[in-house]
Design a protein around this ligand. Sequence first.
Ligand code: ADP
Length: 490
Amino acid sequence: MRPTTFSRLMLVFMLVIALCVALLMGIFYFTMRDAQIESRMDALKAQAYDIAYLAATTETSRLETALGLPTTSGREMMRHKLRSVYDEYSAYCMVVDRSGQITAYFLSILEENTDLRAAFDARHIVKTLNTVLSGREVVAQDQGANGPMFTVAVPWIRNDRVMGAVLIQTAAQNVRSAYEGLTAKVALAALLTALVAGLLILSYTRRLSKPLREIADNASSMAAGDFSHRVPETGSREIYDLAVAFNTMSGKLEETEQTRRDFIANLSHELRSPMTNIRGFLQGMLDGTIPTADYERYLGIVLSETNRMTKLVTSLLNLSRMENDDTALSLSTFNINELIRLVLIAKVNQIEEKGLDMQLQFEEDSSFVLADHDQIEQVLINLMDNAIKFTPHGGRIQVLTCAIDTATMGITVQDNGIGILEQDIPYIFDRFYTADKAHTVGQGTGLGLAICKTILEKHHQRIEVLPRESGSAIRFTLQRAKAPLAEVAK
Ligand code: ADP
């Protein structure tokens, strides 16, 4: 099974957090360690100077001076000081004179403490002493006999003369223990931070992946043919955009599915009624219900119903061919006024039959357009058919041309017939839509305007219903063209 976005996000976030915490911990640890060591060394240096001062200011007897040792009371103070340094810092101190002889106070501590004695590194002390006796102080970390050691050594000076050295040594371990407790606390804090961050990430990634999961679930329902579900439009920008796009898509698919169902229902209906009529009449003729004398009349109806079905099927085929883009446009420049006249001549019988007043209003004598001549003829025929069909006896039909802009020509077919209701306008270009069922039943297929729209869309032009007080006006546009040279020469 593929890992979920949720688990991947979790993993990435956790890794990033672990990395950040480890990095911060590392930086903190080393900074703390250095700071601790530095402060411990400073403290030890201060102690060393205190001892150096003590050694320098203590009165000495001649014998003691000869030995480089302080007086009795001075000895007590020194012993006390050395012990307190030992107690406080786990560091042993020694005071030596120029000849390198160690004072007794240190020795007594050394005798008491076997560990200390084991850590004692004479070679190292001698090396440090040499530096200090030349007047310099030493702060160093060295490898002692029992592991790493920190050493602080300062000169003790009397009358501007280096009389000897104070040397303090402590095991690195003693310094480390001071910051080890702190490291444990920091580690605990880091663990808690990681835990809280982990919980936050958990809830965040859950919230992030929830809408995605819902979209996936809905997509599955859509695959099963159910387009009714919508996902909540919430979440961050991208998720919100995705949810909106998904809902728009499912809305469109639902519409398409409804159109498909309507189409099949309409088609079945459109075919069934003429077929029922044909079957009824033929049955009547065969079983003698229709007398032979009426045969001609009924056969006439059968023929007209057959024509209607043929027209319907032909229109459907045309429409589907055009929608599938099978028919490429055969563009040519022609005079639209001439085409309008030709269509009118073809319709003259129907116009006269209904006693309609036909008016043409051309903006120019010749208006040239670039389009597929036959397809535009079909558009004009469909619009004229509708105008004749929906205009009562004695009504008026007008065809007007006018330039919309330098590139576009508008052609309007308008009548003072029954008109189109406001609420029907958005649908009349849909397949099988017949607005006024009562008036138009049996008169049309509901495909005429759908065919017009498809043709004009292929031309990248538009067709629309113009607002009108009475009757209806439908305008379509065409691309204007220059007059062909042959026409200019006339
Ligand atoms: P039909 O074959 O039914 O005419 P159309 O697609 O050509 O199909 O037209 C769709 C519907 O638009 C018609 O049924 C009618 O209700 C309405 N319509 C179209 N043209 C006109 C018009 N000139 N006057 C009134 N209604 C019209």
